[in-house]
Design a protein around this ligand. Structure first.
Ligand SMILES: *[C@@H]1O[C@H](CO)[C@@H](O)[C@H](O)[C@H]1NC(C)=O
Ligand SMILES: *[C@@H]1O[C@H](CO)[C@@H](O)[C@H](O)[C@H]1NC(C)=O
Ligand SMILES: *[C@@H]1O[C@H](CO)[C@@H](O)[C@H](O)[C@H]1NC(C)=O
Ligand SMILES: *[C@@H]1O[C@H](CO)[C@@H](O)[C@H](O)[C@H]1NC(C)=O
Length: 361
């Protein structure tokens, strides 16, 4: 009996080895990268030449360009990337952690609040990549448990062929010309869109939302879907504020950011799981994503303070109408977020239709 008991608990403690506060272990010092990226590449090849990445997103192809660029830069390395909404990826990571079956190496999600929690659970590798100190300090963890790798921001987007003028502020979405032409992502399906409605309505009041509903917006799943609909040559969807299309979308898509109204921006976080089967592959990936060669070409604001904003834009840190550090607090207060989510569910209904990862829009 005693023996069985010991066996059971030894096995159990191996499985849930990290499900406690690791603070008093006093062993949080990070590994500090001191190799060149080509030396890391050698190590990643020797390890097996594959890295499994779970990336947040709402269209399966959203990280295809990362995969192509990474695999072209590092021949014989495979980026095994799966895009799914962060709110589903994170639960599946939790299950891997809970069952000791970690097979994901790198996790890059919009659920920013998961990262400090996972770190408290001892689940994350403390690792300082080569360009770590070039990242905006507010975007990175002191011990390298996680760090921002890409800035996301919702912009005003419109099809220039379908409206006479694009919106400049949130009030403009109430123009008679935009009636039946708005396409918006359900705020109760995506927390970053929920945050947008929170920011807007704290500023413009509930009446703004009532007037928005009177415009008869089309509600869709996924933040990529409005851009797809705006870009189609045959539709009526013409204007949105719940999407991103980089900072220089191609014609006929117009872009603007409000200067009075607050717009959502955040740094998507990356971490390497401590029990990752391919830590060298994950390190290679993170060093590559943070490299100047990758950050400077991807067309958006960079997480790096030494890489200037794209032509025609101010640095995000100098723009008063967005606070990229605000999103983590919003995400961390789950009770408040849930109250907001259910409020919008009551007003506009549960998200209808297939997941944007499974439909053809
Ligand atoms: C390089 O980093 C590794 C891992 O953190 C460490 O063991 C090693 O001592 C470092 N080498 C030098 C020269 O700093
Ligand atoms: C990639 O793999 C192929 C086939 O094994 C080999 O011929 C080639 O040298 C490798 N390239 C690099 C850069 O490792
Ligand atoms: C690639 O990723 C998928 C999904 O995460 C995983 O099931 C599969 O085992 C990975 N493939 C390899 C070869 O690691
Ligand atoms: C518009 O065109 C797309 C293909 O580009 C098609 O899938 C869609 O059904 C069309 N929509 C309408 C309303 O005709």
């Amino acid at each position: 009996m005693f023996k069985l008991h010991t066996l059971c608990c030894a096995a159990l403690s191996a499985w849930v080895a990290s499900a406690y506060d690791v603070t008093l272990g006093f062993n949080g010092a990070p590994q500090i990268e001191n190799r060149t990226i080509d030396e890391i590449y050698e190590a990643a090849l020797a390890e097996g030449g594959i890295v499994t990445l779970w990336h947040g997103g709402d269209e399966t192809n959203q990280q295809d360009s990362l995969k192509q660029a990474f695999e072209a830069r590092f021949p014989n390395i495979t980026l095994n990337v799966t895009v799914d909404v962060s709110k589903y990826h994170d639960g599946n990571i939790d299950r891997q952690l809970a069952t000791g079956g970690v097979y994901v190496d790198s996790v890059i999600l919009q659920t920013l609040h998961d990262y400090p929690r996972w770190d408290d659970e001892g689940a994350l590798l403390h690792y300082i990549p080569l360009d770590f100190f070039n990242i905006q300090p507010s975007f990175r963890d002191l011990r390298g448990a996680w760090y921002g790798v890409a800035v996301f921001a919702w912009s005003f987007l419109w099809n220039e062929n379908r409206v006479s003028e694009g919106p400049k502020e949130f009030d403009d979405f109430l123009r008679p010309e935009y009636k039946d032409k708005l396409v918006l992502t359900y705020p109760n399906d995506d927390d970053a869109v929920l945050y947008a409605f929170d920011l807007i309505m704290q500023q413009y009041g509930y009446e703004w939302f009532e007037k928005l509903l009177a415009q008869n917006p089309r509600w869709v799943r996924g933040t990529g879907t409005p851009v797809t609909l705006l870009s189609q040559s045959n539709g009526t969807s013409s204007v949105t504020f719940t999407s991103s299309a980089g900072l220089a979308p191609t014609s006929p898509i117009g872009i603007a950011f409000p200067t009075k109204g607050q717009f959502v921006s955040w740094a998507q976080r990356a971490a390497i799981l401590k029990d990752s089967p391919h830590p060298e592959g994950a390190k290679l990936l993170h060093n590559y994503i943070l490299s100047e060669e990758y950050q400077a070409q991807n067309g958006g604001w960079s997480v790096r303070k030494d890489i200037p904003a794209p032509e025609g834009y101010q640095d995000l840190a100098d723009i008063p109408s967005s606070n990229p550090n605000g999103f983590e607090g919003f995400m961390a207060d789950r009770e408040r977020a849930e109250r907001l989510r259910l409020f919008f569910e009551d007003k506009i209904g549960t998200p209808q239709g297939l997941s944007s990862l499974k439909d053809d829009l």
